[in-house]
Design a protein around this ligand. Structure first.
Ligand code: TRP
Ligand code: ZN
Length: 496
């Protein structure tokens, strides 16, 4: 370097450059991404674009080992950053160089790279790890669900900590390659398309690829004895489903429901626009938990959802999430109405299609069956709080709000909004406020009062506001629509 004729300012600048991590501008990434419902979820300082998970799992002992390679870019001058993770880490490398690491908080893996990372730097983070996921818990719970033949990672709002290190928040979506070796005779199910399988020395490796942005909680893994079926919908969407070989009495009803995925994806496309992903389908593992979850491209269904016979309603609900929740993800967990209000409303549309009660009849029934002093009305679907995030009101009052919107703007504008929204925010994130703005833009109507009444007031909307649901029936006692019990069961079983 030429030291001659150096200006004082330039000298100061070169000194600053020489000072590494401790320099003022380099700081640790935040231990949370900034979601007020879950302050420690996700992290600050970087943005992940791709996860490559190369794993090996032994169902008999619940031992998981592997290497996660994350491609990311720094979003600040970074001295240190966190990943959310619970298993035991043996080595971390950042851009090829060994990094030091430590655990902190409930689920933070703190990584200090050998050299500080300027803002905008592409980074490759390699984490080698192993562990027995079922022995780990955070906040006293686990979302790693053991089955007699393996395990399932599927939960909301968190599932990743037990099986891969991540920036665990829907704001940081990424593509995935999930490759899992399991003992011969056992299958590994994950998101997207099955690129290939290979067998060697008693182990079979399954290579899954999900090539559209995907939230961490929508990334799933199931290991067990599965029967895998493949097909293509009439509309051209490839479908891959998987059924535990041990579903017993529920096997027929599970297949009679989930094998209709292609038909239902095509039907929903009529309302929501083209299916956003390169594969669709679901899996039914041998679990005892009751819920279903909209894991991207490959929905998780509890066998209990099929205990009373076929259940296309739950399939419609989870497939509707592929547009509302997966393609367009929430910005913060308070925006859960965008997921659940619309997935529930899709069940109402399906009920109407099946001749089991119209959406209007279901809305009237929800409105009439909760008296004004029912705690149901104290839950604000537009901001329910972390404890009520999956309260029945988020679903039913949430769908009621959708019907109120429909009646306010009319069918033409309503169905244009329903279809336009996933296109407008494809593969991104959006808030309830963004949805209101979009609906106002498409309908040309101011909707602040309507949104406030139906989503943000802790009270039962009274006439005349209630009339936006149904002028004729708002205060009558409408009959229970035929689909009602089946739709309600989608949630009863969530508690499982
Ligand atoms: N999103 C899921 C659905 O509506 C329900 C759900 C809420 C859930 N919390 C969960 C599923 C926890 C699994 C785990 O279908
Ligand atoms: Zn849902």
């Amino acid at each position: 370097m030429h030291r001659r004729l150096i200006a004082p300012g330039a000298l100061a600048a070169s000194l600053l450059l020489a000072i590494p991590a401790s320099a003022a501008s380099y700081s640790p990434g935040a231990p949370g991404i900034g979601d007020p419902y879950y302050p420690a979820y996700g992290n600050g300082g970087y943005d992940v674009s791709h996860y490559d998970l190369r794993l090996k799992y032994q169902p008999q002992t619940d031992e998981l080992e592997g290497t996660a390679t994350l491609l990311a870019t720094t979003t600040q001058d970074l001295s240190r950053f966190d990943l959310d993770f619970l298993l035991d880490v043996s080595e971390v490398r950042v851009n090829g160089a060994k990094a030091s690491f430590a655990t902190s908080g409930r689920h933070e893996l703190e990584i200090t790279p050998a050299k500080p990372l300027p803002k905008g730097t592409p980074i490759t983070v390699v984490v080698r790890y192993s562990g027995v996921p079922s022995t780990k818990s955070a906040y006293g719970f686990s979302t790693w669900h053991r089955t007699p033949d393996g395990a399932v990672a599927a939960d909301e709002p968190e599932a990743a900590w037990w099986w891969y290190p991540s920036n665990d928040h829907p704001l940081d979506k990424a593509t995935y390659d999930v490759s899992v070796a399991v003992p011969d005779g056992t299958q590994a199910i994950s998101n997207g398309t099955l690129q290939s399988t290979s067998s060697r020395l008693g182990w079979t490796r399954y290579n899954w690829r999900s090539n559209k942005p995907q939230a961490t909680y929508l990334t799933t893994l199931a290991v067990g004895r599965f029967d895998i079926t493949t097909g293509t919908s009439e509309g051209g969407v490839p479908v891959v489903n998987a059924y535990s070989k041990d579903l017993g009495d529920n096997d027929g009803a599970a297949r009679a429901s989930v094998e209709r995925t292609g038909e239902l994806v095509d039907w929903l496309s009529g309302y929501f626009g083209p299916y956003p992903f390169s594969s669709a389908g679901g899996y039914v593992p041998n679990t005892t938990t009751g819920y279903a979850l909209e894991t991207q491209t490959r929905v998780y269904y509890s066998p209990k959802q099929f205990a009373n016979g076929s259940n296309t309603s739950v399939v419609v609900h989870e497939l509707a999430h592929q547009w509302y929740g997966d393609d367009v993800s929430l910005k913060g967990w308070k925006d859960i109405w965008i997921n659940e209000g619309f997935a529930r409303y899709a069940q109402w549309l399906w009920s109407e299609h099946e001749g089991e009660g119209t959406a209007q009849e279901l809305a009237d029934y929800v409105y009439a069956s909760h008296p004004a002093d029912d705690a149901f009305w104290t839950v604000k679907p537009g901001d329910p709080g972390p404890d009520n995030q999956f309260d029945i009101a988020v679903y039913d009052r949430g769908a009621l709000a959708v019907q109120a919107l429909r009646n306010e703007v009319g069918d033409d504008a309503f169905f244009a909004i329903l279809k336009g929204w996933p296109k407008d925010h494809a593969y991104g994130n959006a808030s309830v406020g963004d949805f209101q703005k979009y609906a106002e833009q498409v309908s040309g109507k101011p909707l602040a009062a309507l949104f406030d009444t139906w989503l943000f007031q802790p009270t039962k909307p009274a006439a005349p506001a209630a009339r936006t649901v149904s002028i004729a029936k708002a205060s009558a006692a409408p009959a229970q629509p035929k689909s009602w019990k089946r739709i309600a069961a989608t949630n009863d079983l969530h508690a499982g």
